[in-house]
Design a protein around this ligand. Structure first.
Ligand code: MIG
Length: 858
């Protein structure tokens, strides 16, 4: 059984201010910053129950008059998604900024009313609404209960606090909740809080981190549903933390509304959730390359590190500019050194992409254009008395833009030419909790206000949206200045839906083993919360890793959706002089780093296609095993393995001194050891050895993985030859998407989709392809079909054309209509011209000796 580890809110009120003020000097000795104490529900109040007093049928659901002058709306948005709202007198149905799709076609449904209950039925779900007391139950079309209210408490308001109690049983697992600490992917048993917090050097039990996504997935009897509590106030999720019979969620304030969406596949839940809150854009390819960063790199450091990457031929795409590039931390300015044209030209000449950090706070500094314009136009967050709120951050006393106002977002976006004019390619938003050094609990007082008139909101309500709206403003800068380029925004703070604008990095993690371990479940849950583009600072941000830790970290880091090495300033590293570039730990670790970074670049076509799935269906890139294998209960609590895209499973070493580990192989697949070719049946745990340079990887049998030659940076060489790394039993397929990876031209149809298929047909193997979309002018000249674990063929031909045998892998890649059999590797390479019209048939001499396959060379 899953052992819950209760998270604790570590900070006592009195130390909060001291901690945050001192944070810049000696943070490691202090408690992690946390918000003010949790508010609990009044247990007596939640026992009072609501009753249905009247029913009215609506076009897409029902309206219910409830006791206590409350009203409920239960609306069907689609056949498998409903929204439940319970409103106090005078309140309206609520949609936060998370919701991008408000208009849904009305699904067909039936309503029936009986004495004790009202029933809504669609083709996918049934909702039964109990009248006395009021309660909601969701069933699938076979009548199985998927989710129901816990009737002892039900749902309603405790004073200002909206709450919902739900029934659960011991076997129900929970995933999602955005960015969460802890070592377990299954969040059952956890006390979760959502209030964006600058939690420098957080730990495995820190309750409040940077991002708030009040969405989760429940999985019971192999069936999944999604639950999205759209409330931007501080919220709490007690996930069977008090009893195995119920869980509940509530918020400090705001309206009671949640969306229920039925799977039964997790995949369908996420597709629906991201239809509601938005999907990420197709990313620019360069953003999927490696990024390198450090707080307090000097201008010279940036140049030297960039040069060293190129000299050592370790692939990398991007250098980040942290806050020191600004003129005394004034946003949208350059200091002389970092703004120097020569530096930018050098980086450009080495084909580096460049990302600058940006903070929201604007230095209070009359004469500084940002301060003057923002003040003249009344753009700042305000104190309750209407005066401008002033708080300390890096530049000293600062103003905080009110990003809830459209005009402020536009103004903010319009300033980015200052960065773009230096050739900046991507933007990085930090400190957008917002963090305030001298504010209570490291943020603004809760009564600071945003917006005006009808749109006026308190910081208490708006807090979790601050980063979301800043990300939107930053994203809009691309539309303004680079209208046909794919935006890249990296943010520390999100609310539900922020995936539309930004990728997420998980803030100031620490160079400690449990942080490496924690990064896996953390990212997997972020991925299950609609945010596929996520990563952690490789090697850890705070503190410094040793050689072993960095080696293990880069092995994972090379496969993160967002892959960036980033580390803290030397001042904060407690005197440790350790740098964190791949070559800073000696030759062995440099070689290991290069090996896995090169592998990322080799897998770029596969990785890019995984991101296409993310953009089209909300599919996570770094997936927990349960995502694809929810019928196998043994996957539910696997927290230290993950699927990298659809076909590859990674089981990294995340503990010190370990050179061996257990690996669970999910049921229903045969798994191939990527390094040795050895095959294993699914549904078992195996033990594997993993010396320092070894990352255990398993590939699904009957899969095809598109790869390419390594590049030093994305776009160095055109993709002329696509290698289809194939593990065949009966049939392997891949739908290969290609476009320019940079512009928005794909929206006008400039993309290709090619369906590839390899099939065993008795004694021969057949390869065929079908062009589904052909709008992109591809560079692709040929495919190299690489068949792993096959014997030498007798002949290869397509219709009448006979493919000729050549004598090396290099030759096969450069000669069309050719093949090569690598005896040692037991792999057959076939070069198929991209314009081959016919099926390619591969004939063998005898019967394939399946038994011999597992003792291949190591
Ligand atoms: O208060 O810009 O999480 O990535 O290097 C620290 C300096 C501010 C926190 C970010 C970190 C960044 C650092 N920032």
């Amino acid at each position: 059984m899953h052992k819950p580890s209760q998270k604790i809110s570590r900070l006592v009120a009195t130390t909060a201010i001291a901690a945050t003020v001192l944070a810049a000097q000696a943070p490691n000795v202090l408690a992690v910053t946390q918000p003010h104490p949790d508010q609990e529900l009044n247990q007596e109040a939640v026992k009072k129950q609501l009753h249905v007093e009247g029913v009215e049928q609506l076009e897409n659901g029902v309206k219910l008059d409830l006791s206590s002058d409350q009203t409920a709306f239960i609306r069907l948005f689609s056949e498998d998604m409903a929204k439940v709202s319970i409103l106090k007198e005078g309140e309206e149905e609520y949609f936060s900024e998370a919701i991008t799709k408000k208009e849904w076609g009305t699904p067909s449904f039936d309503v029936s009313e009986e004495k004790s209950e009202i029933t809504l039925t669609t083709d996918e779900i049934t909702i039964k609404i109990k009248k006395e007391p009021f309660g909601v139950k969701f069933l699938d079309k076979e009548g199985n209960v998927i989710n129901e209210d816990y009737m002892q408490n039900g749902s309603g308001y405790d004073g200002e606090k909206p709450y919902v109690y739900k029934k659960t049983t011991e076997d129900e697992a929970f995933y999602g909740f955005g960015e969460q600490s802890g070592l377990e992917v299954n969040q059952r048993g956890e006390s979760i809080g959502m209030f964006n917090t600058d939690a420098y050097a957080y730990g495995t039990d820190t309750k409040y981190l940077y991002t708030s996504i009040p969405f989760f997935i429940g999985l019971k009897n192999e069936k999944a549903y999604g639950m999205f509590f759209d409330n931007t106030n501080r919220s709490y999720f007690e996930m069977a933390s008090e009893s195995d019979d119920y869980y509940y969620f509530y918020a400090d304030d705001g309206t009671l509304n949640y969306y229920f969406m039925y799977g039964p596949e997790i995949e369908d839940v996420l597709d629906r959730y991201t239809e509601l809150t938005g999907k990420m854009d197709k990313p620019a390819k360069w953003t999927l390359g490696l990024h390198q960063s450090k707080w307090e790199y000097s201008a010279e450091d940036i140049e030297r590190v960039a040069e060293t990457y190129r000299e050592k031929e370790i692939p990398v795409d991007t250098m980040h500019f942290d806050i020191d590039y600004m003129d005394e931390y004034r946003v949208f300015t350059w200091s002389d050194k970092f703004g120097d044209e020569a530096l930018h030209q050098k980086l450009d000449a080495m084909n580096f992409k460049k990302i600058t950090i940006n903070d929201p706070a604007v230095k209070k500094d009359p004469g500084y254009f940002m301060y003057d314009e923002g003040t003249a136009n009344d753009y700042w967050a305000k104190n309750p008395d209407g005066s401008n709120f002033v708080g300390e951050v890096w530049p000293g006393e600062s103003m905080f833009p009110d990003f809830s106002k459209e005009e402020v977002r536009e103004w903010w976006a319009s300033k980015h030419d200052i960065l773009f004019d230096k050739g900046i390619d991507g933007l990085w938003n930090d400190m957008n909790e917002p963090a305030v050094f001298d504010g209570p609990y490291h943020t603004m007082p809760l009564d600071v206000t945003f917006g005006e008139g009808e749109n006026k909101r308190t910081h208490e309500e708006y807090h979790n949206l601050y980063g979301h709206d800043e990300a939107e403003a930053t994203y809009d800068a691309f539309e303004m200045y680079k209208p046909n380029e794919r935006p890249f925004v990296l943010t520390r703070d999100m609310y539900a839906g922020s995936q539309r604008y930004a990728a997420l990095w998980t803030g100031d993690n620490v160079s400690e083993w449990d942080h490496l371990e924690m990064s896996l479940p953390m990212n997997m849950n972020v991925g299950l919360s609609g945010v596929p583009f996520v990563g952690n600072d490789i090697g850890g941000f705070a503190g410094r890793p040793d050689a072993e830790m960095f080696a293990r970290w880069i092995e994972v880091g090379a496969f993160l959706p967002f892959s960036r090495i980033h580390y803290d300033s030397d001042k904060k590293a407690e005197g440790k002089k350790q740098a964190q570039e791949p070559w800073a730990f000696g030759q062995e670790v440099e070689d290991i780093s290069k090996k896995y970074i090169e592998m990322r670049y080799k897998l770029m076509p596969y990785l890019y296609n995984a991101f296409i799935d993310a953009a089209e269906q909300g599919t996570p890139v770094q997936q927990p095993l349960v995502y694809q294998f929810q019928d196998d209960e043994n996957t539910y609590n696997v927290s230290d393995q993950f699927m990298f895209g659809k076909e590859m499973m990674l089981a990294p070493i995340v503990e010190e001194g370990q050179t061996e580990r257990d690996v669970y192989l999910p049921e229903g697949e045969t798994w191939v050891d990527y390094w040795t070719g050895e095959e294993f049946d699914g549904g078992q745990t195996i033990t594997t050895e993993a010396q320092l340079d070894h990352l255990p990887i398993y590939v699904k049998k009957d899969s095809m993985i598109p790869t390419r030659e390594v590049q030093q940076y994305t776009g160095e060489k055109p993709l002329e030859n696509l290698v289809l790394d194939t593990y065949l039993n009966e049939k392997a397929t891949y739908s290969f998407y290609e476009d320019d990876g940079a512009t928005l031209d794909y929206k006008d149809g400039e993309y290709n989709v090619t369906d590839l298929e390899v099939k065993r047909k008795g004694k021969h193997i057949e390869f065929k392809k079908k062009e589904k979309a052909t709008g992109y002018d591809t560079d692709l000249e040929s495919y190299t079909l690489k068949l792993n674990g096959e014997e030498a063929p007798k002949r290869v031909r397509a219709a009448k054309a006979k493919y000729k045998e050549v004598s090396s892998v290099e030759e096969v890649k450069s000669t069309q209509e050719s093949f090569f059999y690598d005896n040692e590797e037991q792999a057959l390479y076939v070069n198929v011209p991209a314009d081959e019209k016919h099926k390619v048939k591969i004939f063998f001499n005898g019967k394939k000796d399946k038994a011999g396959k597992s003792d291949k060379k190591k």
